[in-house]
Design a protein around this ligand. Sequence first.
Ligand code: FE
Length: 439
Amino acid sequence: MSKTGKSRAREKVDLLIFNTEELITLAGDNQKPRVGKQMRELGIIRNGGLAIKEGKIVAVGKTPDITKTYKAENMISANGKIVLPGFVDPHTHLVFAGSREDEFQMRVEGVYYMVILSSGGGILKTVRETRKASFEKLVDLSLKRLDVMLEHGTTTAEAKSGYGLTTRDELKILEVMKRLDQLHAVDIVPTFLGAHAIPPEFQNNPADYVKLVIEDMIPKTAEKGLAKYCDVFCERGVFNLEQTRRILVAGKNYGLKPKVHADEMSQLGSAELAAEIGAASAEHLLFSSDEGVKAMAKRGVIAVLLPVAAFSLMGGRYADARKMIDFGVPIALGTDFNPSCWVENQQLVIAFACHFMRLTPAEAITAVTINAAHAVDRANEIGSLEIGKKADVIVLDVPNHKFLGYRFGVNLVDKVVKNGRLVVDREKQSETVFLREPD
Ligand code: FE
């Protein structure tokens, strides 16, 4: 109300979202990823609302305040539902050709993954198929996967190369990512992972492959501006600590921030290495030592944990997330979407993080939003619902946030708003698909 008692004209915006059971803002000091007890602070506004203009959030508050101040032609009432920042998936291997369902059966029957890999299967099978695939084919396959991610609430995804393993094919995959970022609503954060496996043609001289990665792939990737990060699969039989260090330092010298596939299947000390070189994140961490985890905490290295990937290994082992939280390591969660762990859905990741790693729903939500945004260095524009940030917003059809992890196996997404635009509306979809005239 103005001083004269007349109501002031309401400001016109593009979209209003209001009447939420819970508006989960994650608002706060977002200069650094959340650690310890901060991971439980979701900044919930009951009966909250958002005003959105030109793709950005312009107001956050209680519904009556928002609707009193703003008007819009497009309005979403989230009655009975909750509203969150779009999920950020900080670890995917999005671009590949082919599939590995036959190996899945072998793994079910007890064959260990590293045995499959050493006999030319696993990553190497996908490498053969991806090398053969054209640019257009890879774009096409990946767009469909991004559709599924978006339908499940992911609005930004990191994507790693690593199924090319020649300079030409690695650059092709990174170019595909650039094209996907232009074509699809989901934003892509590209990571160069030329050191994903030793390709067959270098099986007898892996040192030469490391040289190729350092002297040819990294400079060309950086020169073309195709990646933000450089990652290495540091594992027994793949790249050892010394090779990993050299590759990550070379990447760093070309402006590619380091990430590491660390301690996934054995303890090599890669968590310690991630801390030593100041990596942005260390990922997997099933076998990390206490010293490694403490070093990560000290250096502020984010732990990107991938519980569905651990599940798919069928080893019954998960990263010790509770210990990491106690030590003060910031945790983010990702799918590890890849041809041996075919999952696009961050809601399932939340469920597994709660069940197998004992994260609370609130901690898991922090790990797929603001902390995941930090893991891809975009926390200044996404990961929370705050004025000035991108309007990447999801509406979930549950009455409160504790349903995340608790109700699983179905898609809880009702709507997805990307850059202020409604891109998924499952409420409408289900009306058209399922409602029939009575007989
Ligand atoms: Fe991975």
